[in-house]
Design a protein around this ligand. Sequence first.
Ligand code: DGJ
Length: 747
Amino acid sequence: MSRKIILMLFLLLSAASVPVAARKVKQVDRRAEKPVPEVEKKVIAVQTAHTGLVLIVHKNGVVTMAHYGKKVLSPDEFMEFNSHQGSAYGNREMAFPTQGGSFLGTPALSAVYADGSRNTELYYVSHDSSAGNGVVTTTVRLKDYVTSLEVALVYEAYQDEDVIVAHSEITNPSKTPVMLYDYASSSMVMPVRKALLTHFWGSWASEMNVDRTVLTHGIKTLESFRGTMATQNTNPSFLLSLGTDRFDENAGEVIAGALQWSGNFRISFNMDNSGRLGIVSGINSRSSEYKLLPGASFQTPGMVWTYSAEGAGKASRNLHDWARNWCIYGGGKINPTLLNSWEGAYFTFTTETLLRMIDDAAGMGLEMFVLDDGWFGSDFPRDNDKQGLGDWELNSAKIPEGIDFVARYAHSKGIKFGIWIEPEMVNPRSNLAAAHPGWVVRSPERSVPTQRNQWLLDLTNPDVQDFVFGVFDRTMQLSSNIDYIKWDCNRYVAGMGSEYLGEEQNRFYLEYVQGLYSVMRRVREKYPDTIVQCCSSGGSRVDYGALRYFNEVWTSDDTDALARAFIQYGTNMIYPACVTGSHVSAVPNHQTANVTPIKMRFDMACSGRLGMELQPKNLTPQEREFASAAIASYEKYRDIVFGGDLYRLSSPYDDPLYSFMYVSKDKSRAVVFSFNLKYTNRDIGGVVMRLRGLDSGKKYTVTELNVDKSCWWGSGKAFSGDFLMEGGFNPRMFKLYESSVFYLEAK
Ligand code: DGJ
């Protein structure tokens, strides 16, 4: 027998000994290998006036990210860039890393297909850009050639603000559903060996504390799983100082990000062994796997990015500009000063109480009165927080004359009128809870945990959405004189369960937020001019998703001026001062028992949207006089607080004298706030504060406001911007809780 025949016999015999199924798999595998079309190598540049993001499309269709940072002059040069990474290495700089293929890091997308397969590999299909109105939108289309799953990466580049908003759109053109287990909005990867992460943590009455940590190898994750009140413990935002372990306001490279989502979120920072930092951000998919039906698309929320080569200060200013110009509802407008009834009256008031508060508000020069919690519920009067939520009819025992009477009274005094609602909630002791037990978020056969004595309504249910919209709508019908709604939300999701969703409980967290946004869209269609405040036990829903529908936020239930220094410092790192409601309250403070001078309370409140939240009749004549003067002087400069550039001159964490300033866009005016938060020693009194952002060639008259005798020798005189920025300004403020407001105006 020839050697050839022996070999053939051997092959036949050995094939016969292999089980049929195994042989089939081998053959199918070889035949089914789908080729990925080769493409032309190219660079995709997403640029703003000073920043840029560069993607490379490789010949094999893989799209990687080469750069995010300063705008590069010739992005095409990145075409030559060789990362020295072999394909066997695994974690390449994928523009949108997926679970599957050779990628081993944190995926932006993981999908499970009908046949159980868990691999997704995305390759370039096409891209295009369109420009208009200061925004260039670039869409990069990717595809998995085996499963047909399509992903579009969309980058909106806001030219003047140096902001890029990124999101993804995932489409399933196949005939079977695809389960998405991770579906991030955005992924960034950059060669970073050292970085200082600044992020925000908190709790009730202590939101937006600043944490700074140097990233180490491994994964650091910021996340929320609270469903509602998603930002109480962690905010979906951060700043990243690159190449350093120091936080610097004015120098160095800083990247900042913020997610536009009001529910569960996850932002992970993965510093890997190759010296690369991958940042994956989006909705927190825990317990929220998404079933993408055949033919359906899923759009993720926007992730807002900015880059600054001039420290953290510029990163904040970019975000503020973008937010005011493009995001916040009514962003360019000035919201009125106000007196809120909560800390002054809580649940205990009559019509008479409200009318006198309106008189006092108008008398002090405030522009609006807001009636907070407690005005509704008849069978279960809302006289405390244990009952009545959900029953949105007037409590006529308290206000027999009706809301319209009170609102008209406010208008007759020349001020606006606002009112509080909490439409997403229900007290167990209410007619609503009895009428609609199926609307309550609860897990069948388990006890329903209350939080602040209340349950959450299931906003995934369209009937509940109609009801929640109806609460807003009916409240507005109580009077044609309602100018402002304070929308509160005082509990998180626990013991999650939706009767409406049946077996598809995975849809709950996502569709709750979508339900909220859909209600808000209806609100905005019908009430475009009503000012709506986003409150959630204070600042537990502060994000750029909600702010598309709300004019401002209630920054915190902590109104202590000392605590507010920290809360507002953190909040304003990401969100501009025009949205931060900030109120003067009574002393001892109701949350902290701290006693601060009325001047400090006003000075702090005047650095945001000024309000008062106390019983004015308890003010002394001197305090009332001071209040009127401070309110009048606020009107002189508040346009700068609302629309100017924020420069943080020091930090409440690191410096005993905390100072910051706002400069008008044309640099002709500015206002400087300073607070002594910690007595150090008398030498600190004349600390030199180098002002920022002024025009060095301009001469500014500097005047301290609301004092008989200024703490600075230069008050009332004129100085060049140069002198003020180079060390000429040294107000004497050595005592604890001393504060000052200086107004600068160029001739
Ligand atoms: C929580 C809010 O943060 C407060 O300002 C106040 O409106 C109460 N709710 C009313 O219940």
